[in-house]
Design a protein around this ligand. Structure first.
Ligand code: ACO
Length: 328
């Protein structure tokens, strides 16, 4: 018995921004970006809000699933449209999920993983006879970002990396299916501020405080190193919890931050890159949305079969990392 994924959805905004487009903004070129990151293009939300994108991905994930059966909506995002109401509340209202409890989580690029872990725990807890908590049989977990809003479009080493989009998954408890076999999460302290995004605000009238911008800032090489090290650590820990080894895994679905990070992780884990889902070329790094979007791509291509074991790995600001082993 376990909690498994029974539906996946994805939404990418219509506007495509190529590497050539970016080379008109900053001093860069198409070849540099592809060689250093694997990114060919990204989608940028020009008309869509985060809630629009989250709803489109969620609608696809829900398909024919009875909306009244959704007991929880959990949205992972670092770029909510509004602070209040939170995105999950707006999705719940728009999709008419009458019986759902809704809240957002923010764990940077690992947000979807932290959301999935939370949803699994809530679902499982409700299954315990006499549990104090209410019963949630199905949950909708969404990762959505409008990173274009917090990207510094004048900074060439970071603006090439990000895109907008949404991915969604419906999780369900099943007495027969194994689903999520294990999850391992770890937070490392970001002592040196290698990956940050301050909060923007207007100048404050009562003290000398200048206006602040809200821009993602990263020390690329340090983040790169953290990513490769943490992927290895959390994946091995999740495998150990599941009583499995690396060669038992059919597919690896890492956060899509840089193709070279995935390549380095594959070499560290002594696994062929062909077992890794690569979606970064078409949609760049979409933080919380990257993992559900990559899972969607893996399923859509028909590569994944029932019974396959999938290792899903996240890492991001905080610094935080997570891995989950899921039997499909
Ligand atoms: N075009 C051309 N040249 C560039 C560009 C660009 N867009 N950006 C940087 N350069 C230059 C630098 O100025 C530097 O020039 P110099 O040698 O004259 O000083 C040179 O290229 C090398 O720069 P590095 O920063 O050393 O390049 P690197 O190979 O490390 O690649 C990158 C940079 C792509 C940012 C890489 O470090 C990376 O991907 N790191 C991980 C970042 C990441 O994962 N970000 C996601 C953020 S959040 C998350 O998802 C975890």
């Amino acid at each position: 018995m376990g909690v498994g994924i029974i539906g996946l959805g994805k939404y990418l905004p219509k506007k495509v921004v190529t590497n050539d487009d970016i080379s008109h903004l900053v001093d860069t070129d198409r070849t540099w970006i592809i060689e250093r990151t694997g990114i060919e293009q990204r989608h940028i939300a020009t008309t869509e809000t985060g809630t629009d994108m989250a709803c489109r991905a969620a609608e696809e994930a829900l398909g024919d699933i009875d909306r009244n059966s959704i007991g929880l909506v959990l949205v992972a995002t670092v770029t909510p449209d509004d602070m209040v109401p939170v995105t999950s509340a707006q999705v719940k209202r728009r999709l008419g999920l009458e019986h759902a409890v809704a809240f957002d989580v923010n764990a940077a690029c690992s947000g979807f993983m932290y959301g999935m872990w939370t949803a699994e725990a809530i679902i499982k807890n409700g299954m315990v006879p006499g549990a104090a908590t209410m019963e949630v049989k199905r949950a909708l977990v969404i990762g959505v970002e409008r990173l274009s809003r917090i990207t510094n479009w004048e900074e060439r080493s970071s603006c090439i990396l990000f895109g907008d989009g949404a991915g969604a998954a419906v999780l369900e408890y099943s007495p027969e299916e194994p689903g999520i076999l294990s999850t391992y999460l770890k937070n490392y302290d970001d002592h040196k501020g290698v990956l940050t995004c301050g909060k923007g605000y207007k100048a404050i009238p009562f003290w000398e405080d200048k206006e602040a911008y809200q821009h993602l800032s990263l020390r690329g090489k340090a983040v790169f190193k953290f990513a490769v090290n943490s992927i290895e650590e959390v994946t091995l820990a999740a495998l150990e919890k599941a009583g499995l080894s690396l060669n038992d895994i059919d597919w690896f679905v890492p956060h899509q931050a840089n193709l070279r990070i995935m390549d380095a992780a594959a070499r560290r884990l002594n696994q062929p890159l062909e077992k890794f889902q690569i979606s970064i070329n078409k949609s760049a790094n979409v933080s919380s949305a990257s993992i559900p979007m990559a899972l969607y791509d893996l399923q859509k291509t028909g590569k994944i079969r029932k019974g396959d074991k999938v290792a899903v790995m996240g890492f991001g600001g905080g610094l935080c990392a997570a891995a989950a082993i899921i039997q499909w």
